[in-house]
Write a protein that binds this ligand. Structure first.
Ligand code: GLV
Ligand code: GLV
Length: 346
């Protein structure tokens, strides 16, 4: 008897053989280069031992009941898991694997990129070139200026604020040290290194920082030159960046969201940008994505750079994620410890 495995997207020639070459597995893969059809998925998973999914697949009681009691593991090719109902998995004793660490550097790189793009008016200025308007703009002393990310004699103090202070926030901070950042503020619970000592650990690691503190959201909004939204999605963090938060930000500050769209109230952010409560925003995720067209209030804002959820989209990171997702699946089906298992509390 073979283990039935269902995979909702082709993982490519480097990773699929990890699954296909196992004689004890019967692997069924969604055959198209598009989001897996829900009806196909529900019809295909009964009797499966393991399923490997993308962010687009909802893992809820309907999914788990369709798979039935044979299901041992769900492996998602993502670090985030807000598409999975953890209680439903825990109740049925189904393990959940995800892909932390392998994407940390790629997302941290993109977070810094968006902070730079938002501050330096990249949407307006690349638009001018792309629309053939550069001939109308001679170099002028103060045109297109925005706030500088690096510290300067005019701005010797630079403060990064992190909503959520896990792996990706800490990797983003590491990249900001050479830019001359002097202060680090954060909220939330880091998912590594114990909660009480993290500020002291970070301070010891970066002696050039003049302050590292866990603060309230209000203080973070008021003090930060760049706010990075890097916390998990889900009910607990829904619209954590709302009108009240945005009204307290510095007029020269930028907001970066590279986690989940649900953390930021899009209408409030559009209003804040329109009225100049903050300088600009760089966002890789939008609530309701991918249904984000030209009429979306944030797409229309000239100071809001919007990217189509590409945080982990480097060749290196995606290969690492697909490989780890396959390894999690194999371990779960064989009853071994998963290389990257989410702890589900009942
Ligand atoms: C991407 O958003 C992920 O969670 O990996
Ligand atoms: C700008 O191009 C400069 O030369 O200062």
């Amino acid at each position: 008897h073979k283990h039935k495995i269902v995979v909702t997207r082709n993982l490519g020639p480097d990773v699929m053989p990890l699954l296909l070459n196992r004689p004890e597995f019967e692997v069924i893969t969604w055959p198209e280069d598009s989001v897996c059809d829900r009806d196909w998925f529900l019809k295909t998973i009964p009797g499966a031992s393991g399923i490997l999914v993308m962010l687009s697949e909802k893992i809820n009681p309907e999914t788990l009941d369709a798979a039935g009691p044979s299901l041992k593991v769900v492996s998602t090719m993502s670090v985030g898991y807000d598409h999975c109902e953890l209680d439903a998995l825990a109740q049925r004793g189904v393990k959940l694997g995800h892909t932390p660490d392998v994407l940390t550097d790629a997302v941290a790189d993109l977070s810094v990129m968006l902070a730079l793009m938002a501050g330096r008016n990249s949407k307006e200025t690349t638009g001018i070139v792309q629309n053939g308007q550069w001939p109308n703009f001679n170099w002028a002393p103060f045109s297109f200026c925005g706030p500088q990310l690096s510290s300067s004699s005019f701005n010797p103090t630079r403060t990064a604020g992190f909503i959520g202070f896990g792996r990706i926030s800490q990797a983003t901070l590491a990249r900001l040290i050479p830019f001359g950042f002097t202060h680090c503020l954060f909220t939330g619970n880091p998912n590594s290194s114990g909660t009480s000592t993290i500020a002291a650990e970070i301070q010891a690691k970066y002696p050039s920082l003049k302050g590292v503190r866990r603060v309230s959201l209000d203080e973070l909004a008021k003090e930060s030159d760049v706010v990075f939204v890097l916390a998990p999605g889900g009910k607990e963090t829904y619209h954590i960046v709302n009108e009240g938060f945005l009204r307290q930000m510095k007029k020269t500050a930028v907001l970066v969201n590279t986690s989940r769209g649900t953390l930021v109230d899009s209408d409030a952010l559009a209003k804040a940008l329109r009225e100049g409560w903050l300088w600009g925003a760089g966002i890789d995720v939008v609530e309701g994505e991918p249904n984000v067209g030209l009429d979306h209030p944030l797409v229309k804002e000239p100071r809001c750079v919007v990217l189509p959820h590409i945080g982990s989209a480097t060749n290196e990171s995606r290969l690492g994620m697909a490989t780890l997702a396959a390894q999690n699946l194999i371990a779960g089906v064989l009853g071994e410890p998963l290389p990257a298992e989410l702890q589900l509390t009942k």
